[in-house]
Design a protein around this ligand. Structure first.
Ligand code: IMP
Ligand code: MG
Length: 180
């Protein structure tokens, strides 16, 4: 196991099998709808690349760079790293993020899209969702796996910019942080 991990939660084959299911559901829902998949970067990079290739629809792909985490805690403040939103008026938007924690990030992106554009709908798909109470408006329409409230890395998820390239998702080994 990678020294940065305390334990592995999802191996590559677990993720691939779950993405097949999610993609099938998404493909079914967006048949004959003008779809724009909007990936929230950097965290959703790997998830988006793997999910997109399983959705055989004539979709458009866009991305939006956003940051909210500092270390292992959500700062609650979502900063947009680019000033312009991709053009999504008149389209169904599927937001992709690596993980739903407090829900602040997805909520901020949704609110900004609704304030600046006129999409036909906005849904959200996340690979992981932490088990914790959150408002009903802050849920994801598609969630790969539910996890405990632990800090995880790998498969696009980072700690301080590291570990995004691990092919698995695992719990961060906080005693190995000197090894990065
Ligand atoms: P939220 O805004 O609190 O829902 O947090 C969502 C964002 O925080 C995600 O886009 C992730 O980038 C980051 N995040 C939340 N939990 C974790 C984690 O356990 N590991 C790595 N990043 C996380
Ligand atoms: Mg992140």
């Amino acid at each position: 196991m990678h020294p940065g991990l305390q334990r592995v939660l999802f191996h590559e084959r677990d993720i691939a099998a779950r993405l097949d299911e999610m993609a099938a559901e998404i493909t079914e829902f967006y048949q004959k709808k003008p779809l724009t998949v909007l990936a929230i970067l950097n965290g959703s990079l790997v998830f988006a690349a793997d999910l997109l290739r399983r959705i055989p629809l004539p979709l458009r792909f866009e991305s939006l760079a956003v940051a909210s985490y500092q270390g292992t805690e959500s700062s609650g403040i979502v900063s947009f790293r680019q000033s312009n939103l991709p053009a999504v008026s008149g389209r169904h938007v599927l937001l992709l993020d690596d993980i739903l924690d407090t829900g602040c990030t997805l909520n901020a992106v949704r609110q900004r899209i609704l304030a600046e554009a006129a999409p036909l709908s906005i849904r959200a798909a996340v690979l992981l969702q932490k088990k914790k109470p959150r408002a009903e408006t802050l849920v994801a329409d598609y969630a790969g796996f539910e996890i405990e409230d632990e800090f995880v890395v790998g498969y696009g998820l980072d700690f301080d910019g590291h570990y995004r390239n691990l092919p698995v998702v695992g719990v961060l080994n906080t005693s190995s942080l000197g090894l990065r």
